[in-house]
Design a protein around this ligand. Structure first.
Ligand SMILES: [Zn+2]
Ligand SMILES: [Zn+2]
Length: 178
């Protein structure tokens, strides 16, 4: 494309004999470019709205406060309950704080693939404090317990659960020594 010459601007009503053809062509090209821009702009603006209606978009905003009572980890999560609608086929045995994968683009509406998601934590089934999934904060065996409750209740549990919690605590103590 030719560089724009001052004086051949299409807005000028004075016709310049020699440059007239060039000016016309220049004007045409500019007009065409403007036309394409006009056609493309609304389309680009509409696309995100077509993919996500306001309600769906709202679901993508994490609003539920999750704070682990043991390590103080704080996150906003998307869901608290047993069956997150975005994790198809998943049903937890207890109410669980679930976060959608923040790095995954929104799935297409017609796509029935489950999204990636992260179970962040749950309430301790004994004292109902919120705890995260970190080994230092909670233990899971058919239900979530915080570690203090776990240690207190340990003796009443099935042998397998006792062994697993003892192993978890031993691993944590090992980490501290390093
Ligand atoms: Zn924690
Ligand atoms: Zn507890």
């Amino acid at each position: 494309m030719e560089a724009e010459q001052p004086g051949t601007s299409s807005g000028s009503s004075v016709s310049v004999n020699i440059d007239n053809d060039l000016a016309d062509e220049d004007f045409l090209l500019n007009d065409e470019a403007a036309e394409i821009a006009r056609l493309q702009l609304p389309e680009e603006n509409q696309q995100p709205q077509e993919k996500l209606d306001p309600q769906e978009e709202d679901e993508r905003i994490a609003k539920i406060d999750f704070r682990c009572s043991a390590c103080d980890m704080h996150e906003l999560v998307h869901y608290f309950g047993r069956q997150p609608p975005f994790a198809l086929g998943i049903k937890y045995r207890e109410d669980t704080f679930v976060m959608r994968d923040p790095f995954q683009p929104p799935p297409s509406r017609w796509q029935s693939k489950p999204e990636f998601y992260v179970a962040m934590g749950a309430n301790c089934s004994s004292c109902s404090k919120v705890v995260c999934k970190d080994a230092a904060c909670s233990f899971y065996y058919t239900r979530t317990v915080c570690l203090p409750c776990g240690k207190a209740e340990l003796k009443d549990w099935p042998v397998e659960a006792q062994a697993r919690l003892r192993k978890q605590i031993a691993a944590l103590d090992g980490d501290k020594d390093k």
